[in-house]
Design a protein around this ligand. Structure first.
Ligand code: GLN
Ligand code: ZN
Length: 769
């Protein structure tokens, strides 16, 4: 295909870039500052260096317009809270005393003051700090950080575009402040917030911004008519300002739907729209509203949140279609590159041929530049890049890694019956009770026990070759012995081996499955200074040999009580990895499920009577739009059933989830057909138990009675009270007693005390039945 040169030169741009630096310099500087080892000035200097080097990298690669304001010491939503002066009352003194320390106090809390709540940024694994607003909130503009960063970039000679969280999204992401009625809607504060944005826009214009980008990803979610009217008003008012830069309103992560006509008609100069697969409907929808005559369209054609190379020819053809729909078309990634690692060039352990299938932030930047050039100057000028891209795509499509005939045949042969247990739940319980012989209100834990420094050192020693495998395994066995003997002494009923051998609940399995890749430097920000290295589900997935059986068997050999087998479920494996984009996710989930099914079968054959398959991410990857949810929940629950459906009726399947809100997926939880579920509940005071009950959830459940996110030791009486309130919702025959989640981040002292209290509480309440 050849594209004719476009009339206006297409610009290459991005909305944001990874913040951490090549060697996670930012993490080190910030954590050093917290520990008092790095001064505030040194921290600021490191930050300025990182920004400068990011802009240089982008400009050298050919990016025409670099973003500013995408950088952050912790989180860009928290930065927006500072920009609009919405500092919670409890943090005001700290912020006034010292802006930087006050900022970190809002992010992390202090001994006396709780931090802002943290939650997921849309359906990504990035967490933002939730603004707390109320009827008394007074907004005041503080554009200093935005202005300073813009000036920095301009002084370095860059064409720069400040990127701000838009006012509608900011309010829609907020929650009522503590003490404010739960039905308070932050969006009602829009009229108070807009003048503050007007001030910031005036300051940015004065500082030299030609364009300012306002991010409104909240508009890709289902929105009420009132919310759309608010969005319309926001951009009518901001558009009407005279003292402002040109406005680019950006959306990403899904299709705009009803919000598209609202934004298309708004008196702003440009829109940035996601045109990747998951938002493909945007193209037709944009054509249907007559395009964006007279406006700039920034086309997000390179996936900003996955790590696969772009299909350049397909993107060029999409861009060609878009040329007819706007005054000027520029090229970008679909969203900020914050969600992908920095550079594939740092990876040494991935085969060179496979590495060529991958594009991290730096490679995506090059793709964007290539596409902009092809669009402007014609495809002939990027012939070499197109040919290389074609050959990389071909190699990926035809590799034995992505096409394993055995896996494909097995996946294709899956039948409805494979995903169904041989007896329905109601008929399985008697067999399980007889086999397990547990008391009423049985006690258990979620899987992991404290990951001591000793275990982590042993793992590092093994990696560095300081100890051999046998030495490492001795360490793990010693750990398992300790965990088992503690649980026996404490009087727990269903034991666990403690997961000492696992670095991470997803990575541990990914490392053992064929078709998965691990990176050495593929760090992605999860929140603040916490970075994760998600595995890459690159090919057809299979399990060459058992992954957990020997540890569970060893643990079981030490005790007469049942030891739970412990696996990570297929949905969570996908949610916390980069997943291949060349086949539906459902297909990949099925492959992972079959690999887990083999593991479940082997555990059962080794005598394991209780097997837990964790799915903490089931709720979290729920699609943003309600219309897409049934399909997702359909394949997600099928994958879980496929991994667990092959066991005998008297083998008890547990699952675990840790998210506060389950109300909207109770049906899906039931569809998992697990026998027992443990859930996070201690903070919400058994709210979860009431929710399950009100939806008629018929199975056994263990709403957590011990909040493991805090070092606080709950007293036995407190846990007993929670149990009593749990009993009001769930009958004693179906109520389990357990903590909220795994204990790996806790210390041994508090773990011991808390679990002893938990057993005491269970015994006390049993006595009352
Ligand atoms: N079994 C895991 C553990 O105990 C579950 C972790 C989780 O739910 N995130 O650590
Ligand atoms: Zn959990």
């Amino acid at each position: 295909m050849t594209t004719k040169p476009a009339a206006a030169a297409a610009r290459a741009t991005v909305y944001g870039y990874p913040r951490q630096g090549q060697n996670r310099e930012l993490k080190k500087a910030i954590e050093g500052y917290w520990k008092g080892r790095v001064t505030a000035d040194a921290l600021r200097a490191t930050a300025a260096d990182l920004r400068a080097s990011n802009w240089r990298q982008l400009a050298d690669a050919g990016i025409d317009e670099v973003p500013t304001g995408d950088f952050s010491f912790y989180d860009h939503v928290l930065d927006t809270t500072v920009m609009v002066g919405a500092i919670p009352g409890r943090h005001r003194d700290a912020v006034e005393a010292d802006a930087l320390d006050g900022y970190f106090a809002m992010a992390r809390g202090t001994q006396d003051v709780a931090p802002l709540e943290m939650t997921k940024w849309f359906d990504t694994n990035y967490h933002y700090l939730v603004p707390e607003l109320g009827p008394d909130t007074v907004f005041t503009a503080d554009s200093s950080q935005q202005v300073a960063e813009l000036r920095e970039a301009l002084a370095l000679g860059h064409t720069a575009r400040p990127v701000l969280v838009g006012p509608v999204t900011y309010l829609l992401l907020a929650k009522p402040a503590p003490g404010v009625p739960a039905d308070f809607e932050p969006l009602t504060l829009l009229d108070r917030l807009l003048p503050v944005y007007a001030e910031v826009l005036a300051d940015l214009r004065a500082a030299g911004a030609e364009w300012v980008q306002l991010d409104e990803p909240a508009l890709v979610q289902d929105r009420t008519p009132a919310e759309l009217i608010a969005a319309e008003r926001a951009y009518r008012d901001l558009g009407a300002l005279t003292d402002r830069s040109k406005l680019l309103v950006a959306s990403y992560f899904d299709r705009l739907g009803n919000a598209l006509p609202v934004l298309a008609k708004a008196p702003v100069e440009g829109l940035a729209v996601d045109f990747t697969e998951s938002a493909a409907a945007n193209l037709d929808d944009l054509a249907a509203v007559g395009g964006l005559p007279g406006k700039r369209l920034v086309a997000g054609v390179v996936n900003g949140r996955n790590i696969w190379i772009n299909d350049l020819a397909a993107s060029l053809s999409r861009l060609g279609t878009l040329l007819g729909l706007a005054d000027r078309v520029d090229v970008s990634a679909s969203c900020s590159l914050l969600h992908v690692p920095l550079d594939t060039g740092a990876e040494r352990d991935i085969e060179p041929q496979v590495l060529r299938w991958l594009a991290f932030a730096r490679q995506k930047t090059a793709e964007i530049v290539t596409l902009a050039r092809g669009l402007t100057q014609g495809t002939d000028t990027i012939g070499a890049q197109l040919a290389a891209n074609r050959s990389d795509l071909f190699s990926r499509a035809n590799s034995p890694i992505t096409r394993d005939p055995a896996v494909r045949a097995r996946t294709a042969a899956v039948s409805e019956a494979d995903a169904r247990r041989s007896l329905p739940y109601a008929e399985r319980t008697a067999a399980q009770r007889a086999r397990l012989g547990l008391p009423l209100l049985p006690t258990t834990t979620i899987g992991s026990f404290p990951q001591t420094a000793g275990v982590r050192t042993a793992r590092a020693d093994l990696r560095a070759g300081r100890i051999d495998t046998a030495g490492y395994e001795e360490r793990i066995k010693a750990e398992i012995q300790e965990v088992i003997s503690f649980q026996e002494k404490a009087g727990l009923d269903v034991l666990v081996h403690g997961e000492a051998e696992r670095n991470d609940m997803v990575q541990y399995f990914a490392e053992q499955l064929t078709g998965c890749l691990a990176t050495q430097h593929g760090w992605v920000q999860s929140y603040g200074t916490r970075y994760v290295r998600p595995p890459i589900l690159a090919g057809d997935i299979s399990r060459p040999e058992p992954m957990t059986v020997r540890w569970t068997r060893y643990a079981q050999s030490l005790t007469d009580r049942p030891v739970k087998g412990m696996l990570t479920g297929p949905v969570t494996m996908l949610a916390w990895s980069f997943v291949r984009d060349d086949q539906p996710r459902a297909q990949t989930a099925r492959q992972v499920a079959l690999a887990l099914r083999d593991e479940v079968g082997d555990l059962e054959a080794a005598g394991t009577s209780v097997i837990q398959v964790d799915e903490p991410a089931l709720r979290e990857t729920l699609p943003l739009r309600a219309a897409d949810r049934p399909e997702y929940l359909g394949w997600a629950t099928e994958a879980f059933r496929l991994s667990t459906g092959g066991v005998r009726p008297d083998t008890q399947i547990h699952t675990h989830m840790c998210y506060a809100e389950f109300g909207d997926i109770v049906q899906a939880i039931d569809d998992l057909d697990a026998d027992v579920i443990s859930l996070e509940a201690a903070r919400s005071h058994m709210q979860v138990a009431r929710e399950l009950a009100s939806h008629g959830y018929p199975r056994e459940a263990g709403p957590g009675v011990y909040d493991i996110h805090s070092p606080r030791v709950p007293g036995a009486e407190e846990a007993a009270d929670l149990l009593r309130s749990g009993l009001k919702a769930i009958p004693a025959e179906r109520l389990w007693v357990n903590p909220d989640c795994g204990l790996k981040t806790r210390g041994w002292t508090e773990t011991r005390a808390s679990l002893e209290n938990l057993v005491t509480a269970a015994r006390a309440v049993r006595g009352e039945l």
